[in-house]
Every structure is written in structure tokens, then in C-alpha cells.
Design a protein around this ligand. Sequence first.
Ligand SMILES: CC(C)(COP(=O)(O)OP(=O)(O)OC[C@H]1O[C@@H](n2cnc3c(N)ncnc32)[C@H](O)[C@@H]1O)[C@@H](O)C(=O)NCCC(=O)NCCS
Ligand SMILES: Nc1ncnc2c1ncn2[C@@H]1O[C@H](COP(=O)(O)OP(=O)(O)OP(=O)(O)O)[C@@H](O)[C@H]1O
Length: 285
Amino acid sequence: MPQTLTIGAVLTAEELAERLAETATQALIDEARLSPKPGLVDSRSSGAHQDLTLDLMVRSARSLTSTFYLLALHSWQRPADIALRQEVGRLGRAGEAQMMAETGGVNTHRGAIWAMGLLVSAVAMQPERLLPQSIAQRAAKIAALPDAFSPKKFSKGSHAVQRYQVPGAREEAQSGFPHIIDRALPQLHHSRARGASESESQVDALLAVMTTLADTCVLSRGGLPALDAMHQGARAVLQAGGVSTMAGKQLLRHLERRMLADNTSPGGAADLLAATLFLDRVSVV
Ligand SMILES: CC(C)(COP(=O)(O)OP(=O)(O)OC[C@H]1O[C@@H](n2cnc3c(N)ncnc32)[C@H](O)[C@@H]1O)[C@@H](O)C(=O)NCCC(=O)NCCS
Ligand SMILES: Nc1ncnc2c1ncn2[C@@H]1O[C@H](COP(=O)(O)OP(=O)(O)OP(=O)(O)O)[C@@H](O)[C@H]1O
């Protein structure tokens, strides 16, 4: 079973921040190593990516520990207001710059900093209220507030959101991470309960996100046909009983071939899986 972090009332702000930063970093590393993931970097290969490797993903994740630490420390027992939104935005952008310095300018974890950063902050705001749904709701409140210092620069994600009129990373957070709360976490628990191994359960959770997410990484590279293929392929695996079954394994290979042929990778779904592992480990249910 995965390690669970139980946060008692006795932790100082620094102790909590340290534990949250370690848990968030480990969740990113576990996501990167988890195999087999279609199109994504995993322990087998770089998937559909030319500029990413597992080693780079792991180094990038480790470079973010100090960012998560500061996010937790500065969010400790604070309400969701504009001052906190601006602080979180400043720390998130500094973390992104640190990540880019570590990777030589390659985007390894931009989406992950956004989702995980908000959730780390949300835990520290009220460390005694740790149900996944209440953490996600607090994160949503911060995400919905305006950040006057946010640079209005072009990104592939925002371009896809406008072109295809879909919700992207920003909207997923603002609506309380429905793909984590309603899809990934229930699937993770369901697959474990059915006797799937821990890594099979995590792949099933990734697939649950992939059944409906408007992943702007997939849209940017492959458009609507590639996104449809991902949704249908992920559904087929889960309908067959998930990746612990022979039929599920075969359908996953089929989905992987299709995504590699389309040159697509579900980077948004991967970010949400890492955030799911984080919530699973910090929550006291
Ligand atoms: C909101 C973010 C993700 C920017 O989004 P944008 O629409 O500009 O797209 P961008 O291409 O930069 O990033 C999108 C990333 O999100 C992930 N993603 C893609 N689709 C989705 C989706 N539907 N749901 C969730 N995540 C997704 C992918 O990994 C992708 O790489 C974020 O980078 C941002 O605004 N950061 C500013 C710093 C900040 O405020 N930080 C606070 C929290 S620490
Ligand atoms: N295991 C993983 N493999 C690949 N991407 C991942 C993984 N985990 C998370 N991601 C997310 O996917 C995003 C990278 O996607 P992508 O490579 O499509 O972005 P890009 O560099 O902006 O675009 P492109 O590579 O199409 O030029 C990152 O923001 C990261 O958060």
C-alpha cells in the first residue's frame, strides 16, 4: 500500500510544509515512473516526446520541492483572498522559472506546478480539513481569484481553449478539480478494492481522467480526432475491467499505438494523476 501522510494538530508550519513538499515531489516522481502510460514519458520510454526523458522529469520534480515548501509555508492558516492569490501566483511563476533553468527551457511540469501548487496551498490553508473534496474546493477558490500580476502571454494551452471552446487547466482548477474528485480518486479506490496491483490501479486512475478530459496537450498536437480517440480508447480499457485484465491490457496497447501514431500525449491527465496521488496520500478520510 502507498505511504499515507496523517497530519496531526501538533505539526508546526515548517514541519507541515516540509512533509507536503516531499509528498508532492514524490507524487510527481511516481507519476513519471508509472508504466505503461500511453504517449507519456514512463519507465519504458519517452512516449510521444522528443525533448523529455524520465531522468529530466525526475530532476525537474526534485527542483520543485522548494517551491512546494514555500507555497505551503506562505499559505499556512490563511483565508482564500487576493493577497494569497497573488502570493501563490508569484511563487508558482518563480517555481516555473526554476524548473525551466533545471531543464534548459523544456516544459516538463508547467501544468503540474499549477494543479499541485494550488492543492499544496489549499492543504496548508486549513490543515485540519483534509477531505479531498474540501481541499479541492479551497484550491478552486484561490484559482478563481484574479491575479493582477499574471503575465498575459501566449500559451499552447490557452490557444487550444479558445480554438476548441473547451475548459483547460485553469477551468479544471476553478471548478474544484472534477476529474480528480469524480473520476481519478473513485477509480483508484475501485481498482484497489477489486484486487488490482497498486501500479495497475494508478494506470486505471489515469485512464479514468483520459475518458473525458479536454486535454489541451492532446488538442494542440492532434486536434479533435485525436482527443476523441483518446476518450474512446480509455473508456474501452476501463469497460473491459481495467489494465489488470488481459482484455484491458490489449486495449491499452491499442490506445498507445493510436496515440503514438497521432504523436499525442495526455500531459494534462498526467498532471491530474500526480495531483490525485498527492491527495490520496494527504487525506484523512
Ligand atoms: C493556468 C496555467 C496552467 C496556464 O495555463 P495555459 O492555459 O496558459 O496553458 P499552458 O500550456 O501554459 O499549460 C497547460 C498545462 O496544463 C495541463 N493541462 C492541459 N489540459 C488540461 C486540462 N483540461 N485540465 C487540467 N490540466 C490540463 C497540461 O500539462 C499543460 O501543459 C498556469 O501555467 C498558470 O497560469 N500559471 C501562472 C502561475 C500561477 O498562478 N500559479 C499559481 C499556482 S502555483
Ligand atoms: N509523464 C509525463 N510525460 C509527459 N508530460 C507530462 C508527464 N507528466 C506531466 N506532463 C505534463 O505535460 C506537459 C508537457 O506537455 P507538452 O510536451 O505537450 O507541452 P509543450 O512542451 O508545451 O508542447 P510540445 O511538446 O507539443 O511542443 C507538462 O506541462 C507536464 O505538466
